[in-house]
Design a protein around this ligand. Sequence first.
Ligand SMILES: Nc1ncnc2c1ncn2[C@@H]1O[C@H](COP(=O)(O)OP(=O)(O)O)[C@@H](O)[C@H]1O
Ligand SMILES: [Mg+2]
Length: 319
Amino acid sequence: MILFENVTKTYPRTTRPALEDVSLEIPRGEFAFVVGTSGSGKSTMMQLVMKEQDVTSGRVLVAGRDFDRLPERKVPALRREIGCVFQDFRLLPNKTVFQNVAYALQVLGSSRARIRQTVPETLELVGLAGMEKRLPHQLSGGEQQRVAIARAFVNRPPILLADEPTGNLDPDTSLGIVQLLDRINRTGTTVVMATHDTVTVNAMRKRVIRLDRGVLVSDMEAGDYTTGSLPRIRLDETGAPRRADEPEVPDGYDDGDPTAYDGRSDHDDHDDRDDRDDRDDTDDTDGPDALPPIGRDADEPRGRGGLFRRSKATQTSSH
Ligand SMILES: Nc1ncnc2c1ncn2[C@@H]1O[C@H](COP(=O)(O)OP(=O)(O)O)[C@@H](O)[C@H]1O
Ligand SMILES: [Mg+2]
């Protein structure tokens, strides 16, 4: 879960805040777009979630951690729970596809056996099976971004942040990347994607959080970047409206989510790896192979008598 309470961020030697009094909640397992023109504060929001920047005022909570009370020595553990994808891919140019993805596990101290198993699985998930030995320059832009997504997701983080991941890609390729992020979201990972790619946002019918000069100006379920006119219906992970008596899944590490990261590193407990891999294989609702076809939501009818969203976010007319 990601929670912002009245967050303002003003960078040193600037007068106008990059984010101003932003309050929002992104529940665990959600897919949310953050949209807005260049300079509206999207990257700042991502950096605050990563604790790469600190708020000027207000409060941030991520994955059960109150950043006000998070000592610096615990920041690396937080970052291990957040995968990041950027516009410029940031691959190691002299390393193969396999090595680029494996590197993310090596720095966490994963065993070679785990790397040998998990890297190919993840490359298959992102649609790059058979490309393990290529170097980044031997890949298209879309393929390079898939490597970057595999690297960000290879340790199965509960949160994936993507900051303009389609910014360097053509529209068709962009859609494929966002559909891949959707597929990852369906494994239980919370996905937050910053973008100003209207076509992609409109195709996906996901939550859209819109920033304008640092101010949160709208927040819509199944939103449309352009008009924002769609109803704010709370949908569950199957696409069905959530029932009134159905509680939100509580945030935490003990709710039985088979994909949840338990906060332990590979160093601490090697059995953990086996547990998680077994659960991936046997669980028939959350495992990658059991996922519905990507892009399914795009065709689904909306407005089936759902409930209005329990959202603190505002929906004001934009200026
Ligand atoms: N490190 C920084 N130092 C000073 N100002 C910054 C810094 N990063 C971003 N800004 C400013 O904060 C505002 C929001 O920037 P940013 O979060 O990068 O927006 P976006 O990602 O939507 O383009 C802009 O006015 C930008 O110039
Ligand atoms: Mg940015």
